[in-house]
Design a protein around this ligand. Structure first.
Ligand code: BTN
Length: 246
C-alpha cells in the first residue's frame, strides 16, 4: 500500500501538505515537528518537536467502497493504531468516538493521540498525532497523556511508526475487500470492543450548537455514533464533540 514515506524536519501540518499535494494513494508524510498542526473541529494540535509521531497518509478507497462508508476511515485508523501499539509497545489504548486515542493514567482517561481525516476529491487524507515521550510536566493540557505515561515498552518513534503503518495496511485491506462494510469484516466488532464511548451516557455537542444527551449504543455502518435518547429515539450522530458523562 505505502508507495512513499517522506520524512521532513518541520512543516505546518502534514495533513495540509498531503491535501495540497493531490498525491496518489499510499503516500505517507511524517514530520519531526509541526508548526501549525490541526485537530478536529478547527482545533490546533501542538506538541514539542520529536516528542511524538505526527504523520498523514493518503487513501483512495475507489469505487468498490461507497462514499458513505468513508466515514469509517478515521475509525479504522484508530483501531489500527490501538492494535499496533498493543502489539508493539504493550500499551492498552481505548478509542473515544470518533477518533481520540485514550490511555489510562492513575484511573483517569487521558488523550494520548488523535486522528484527523479530511476528504480531498476521491481521496481521504488521514493524519495521526500521537504523544510518545512526553513527561507529565510537558503535557500541553492536564487531560493529555502519552505513551511514556502509559508505561509503553517501546518509545522509539521509528518502530512505532512502522507498526502503525503495517496495521493500517492490514485493516484497510480487509475493509476494502469487504466493500467498506465494517460488519462484513472484523472492523465494526473491533471498534466496538475498543471503544470507551459505547455503553456510556454522553453529551453530543452538534455542529450548529444543538446538544443531545443519550446512551451511546452503537456505531453504524457509516461510522456514526448512535445515541438512545431519553425520548426513546435512536439518533445517529455523524459529527460533533462527545463528552463522556457516566
Ligand atoms: C484531534 O485530536 O482532533 C486530531 C489531531 C490530529 C493531529 C495529527 S498530527 C498529524 C496530522 N497533521 C495535522 O495537522 N493533524 C494531524
Amino acid at each position: 500500500l505505502w508507495t512513499s514515506v517522506d520524512v521532513v524536519a518541520s512543516t505546518g501540518s502534514t495533513n495540509s501538505d498531503l491535501v495540497a499535494s493531490g498525491g496518489a494513494e499510499g503516500a505517507v508524510l511524517v514530520a519531526e515537528e509541526q508548526t501549525a498542526g490541526r485537530g478536529r473541529l478547527d482545533r490546533t494540535w501542538s506538541a514539542p518537536p520529536r516528542s511524538g509521531l505526527f504523520f498523514s497518509f493518503l487513501l483512495t478507497p475507489g469505487p468498490d467502497v461507497p462514499a458513505e462508508r468513508w466515514g469509517w476511515l478515521p475509525l479504522l485508523a484508530g483501531v489500527a493504531t490501538a492494535t499496533a501499539l498493543a502489539r508493539a509497545a504493550g500499551v492498552d489504548m481505548a478509542l473515544k468516538w470518533p477518533n481520540d486515542l485514550l490511555i489510562e493514567v492513575e484511573g483517569a482517561e487521558r488523550k494520548a493521540g488523535g486522528i484527523l481525516a479530511e476528504r480531498t476529491g476521491d481521496s481521504v487524507v488521514v493524519g495521526i498525532g500521537l504523544n510518545v515521550s512526553l513527561r507529565a510536566d510537558e503535557l500541553p493540557v492536564p487531560t493529555a497523556g502519552s505513551l511514556a505515561l502509559a508505561g509503553a515498552k517501546v518509545l522509539d518513534r521509528d518502530p512505532l511508526l512502522r507498526a502503525v503503518l503495517r496495521s493500517v495496511e492490514e485493516w484497510y485491506g480487509e475493509w476494502r475487500r469487504a466493500g467498506g462494510d465494517p460488519g462484513a469484516c472484523r472492523l465494526q466488532q473491533a471498534y466496538a470492543a475498543g471503544c470507551a464511548t459505547l455503553g456510556r451516557t454522553v453529551r453530543a455537542e452538534l455542529p450548529g450548537g444543538r446538544e443531545l444527551v443519550g446512551e451511546a449504543v452503537a456505531v453504524d455502518g457509516d461510522g456514526r455514533l448512535v445515541l438512545a435518547t431519553e425520548d426513546g429515539v435512536q439518533e445517529p450522530v455523524g459529527a460533533g464533540d462527545i463528552v463522556h458523562l457516566r
